[in-house]
Ligand binder design. Structure first.
Ligand code: APR
Ligand code: PHB
Length: 390
């Protein structure tokens, strides 16, 4: 079998790229080792930058996102028992973010792919990119005990941090940059109204807390926890108590509790692999980089990678020019590193680190004070939060 682009991974990166290619008449195949249900069972962040919204529209998959997504014009930084609102809309000349869960966005893209008739193979075993350094790359996979081979022009590695694409690159050709943080996030989903109509990021002596939402009736809450924390030690009651303790009183009083239907602990990590192109293999999204969730940049970075790669592939097939493909890694990494910096900075400013000295603590307090009293500082935060242009 032959196609123009094999896309490994059916997360947001792979599906968004696939949809744009299909609409441009470029033949592609999506391969994933997991089942559709498994992919749609994953809970992830839900803050979309305007660029991501634009790309979903370009992919003609934005209708439900516009109907059900919640536009947010600002969020709160809570510390010292008080709220300090960051007016995203006012500070950025009219920009905002859209709250819409990644799971829903993935479902929309999957549905549209199915309607367009483009092929996807789920539960594909032992997926392997081959010969991407030469002119005739191909991908092999196993299904129902049979090995299949797909010949192609290009391979898009959209297979997340634990995928096979990055690991297929010879070690000498790739460089990794990594920072692991000494804590995780314990998160829950519950069908209760959110504590506030906007997100609340709280810095408290007991640790960071975040009040987020999926809708006006579904809340997503997180608290910072030690890396060795056991999920079994956290029944709902303990979670709600701890969350309330970390919020200013006026929010704590308004927390509506209820049974959680998802609870998990996620470690925090910053990771970048360079470059993002290896001749005919391109790394996209989490396959190339990971950010801590503090600024909700993961999905949005996947979207900008897809935008740059799609432009390059489109130019290749339409204008017979490789300029866009040659520029892919540099353009993507330029934006990636700025989001890595921003997520690291938000994480550092809002969490309590285990070995913080008195000096470090004072610096953190000065940072928050500066941010909430200087329009210039707040503008820099807002500009990054709504997303740098692409
Ligand atoms: N073979 C085939 N498919 C694979 C393999 C493999 N060896 N390894 C992983 N996959 C699939 C996974 O099953 C998953 O469906 O690749 C997909 C990768 O999807 P994501 O992890 O969602 O990555 P991406 O599409 O880049 O999305 C980025 O997801 O993790 C968040 O914060 C991140 O929001 C960001 C977004
Ligand atoms: C979420 O809703 O899951 C979420 C929101 C904002 C973040 C991180 C996660 O910064």
């Amino acid at each position: 079998m032959r196609t123009q682009v094999v896309i490994i991974g059916s997360g947001p990166s792979g599906l968004l790229l696939g949809q744009l290619l299909t609409l441009a008449g470029i033949d592609n195949l999506v391969l994933d080792r997991a089942s559709k249900d498994h992919i749609l069972g994953r809970v992830r962040a839900g803050v979309l930058e305007e660029g991501t919204v634009r790309l979903m529209d370009e992919a003609q998959s934005g209708a439900r996102m516009h109907a059900e997504g919640l536009p947010h014009d600002g969020f709160s930084l809570a510390f010292d028992g008080r709220d300090h609102r960051i007016d995203l809309h006012g500070l950025t000349g009219g920009k905002r973010v859209l709250i819409y869960g990644q799971t829903e966005l993935t479902r929309d893209l999957m549905d549209h792919r199915e309607q367009s008739g483009a092929s996807s193979i789920y539960e594909a075993g032992n997926v392997k990119p081959n010969d991407f350094d030469g002119h005739r790359p191909y991908v092999t996979y196993e299904k129902d005990g049979v090995t299949h081979r797909i010949d192609c022009d290009f391979i898009a590695g959209c297979d997340g941090f634990h995928g096979v694409s990055r690991k297929s690159v010879p070690e000498r050709a790739i460089r990794a940059f990594e920072k692991v943080y000494p804590f995780g996030w314990l998160g829950i989903l519950a069908d209760v109204p959110p504590v506030d109509h906007e997100l609340v990021y709280a810095n408290h002596p007991r640790g960071f807390a975040l009040c987020s939402m999926r809708s006006l009736t579904r809340s997503r809450y997180y608290i910072q926890c030690p890396l060795d924390e056991k999920l079994a030690d956290w029944d709902d009651e303990r979670f709600w108590d701890e969350l309330r303790r970390r919020l200013p009183a006026h929010h704590a009083e308004r927390v509506v509790t209820g049974p959680s239907f998802e609870k998990s602990i996620a470690p925090l990590r910053s990771f970048v692999a360079e470059p993002m192109r290896f001749n005919r293999l391109f790394l996209v999204g989490d396959a190339a980089h990971i950010v801590p969730p503090t600024g909700a940049k993961g999905l949005n970075l996947a979207a900008s990678d897809v935008h740059y790669l799609f432009e390059g592939l489109h130019e290749h097939y339409q204008d017979r020019s490789n300029a866009g493909l040659d520029a892919y890694s540099g353009r993507a990494l330029g934006r990636v590193w700025k989001a890595v910096r921003f997520s690291w900075w938000m994480t550092t400013m809002l969490h309590r680190f285990p070995e913080t000295s008195d000096f470090d603590q004072k610096i953190q307090e000065a940072e928050l004070d500066y941010l909430t009293h200087s329009r210039a500082a707040a503008m820099a935060l807002a500009e990054n939060y709504v997303g740098l242009p692409f």
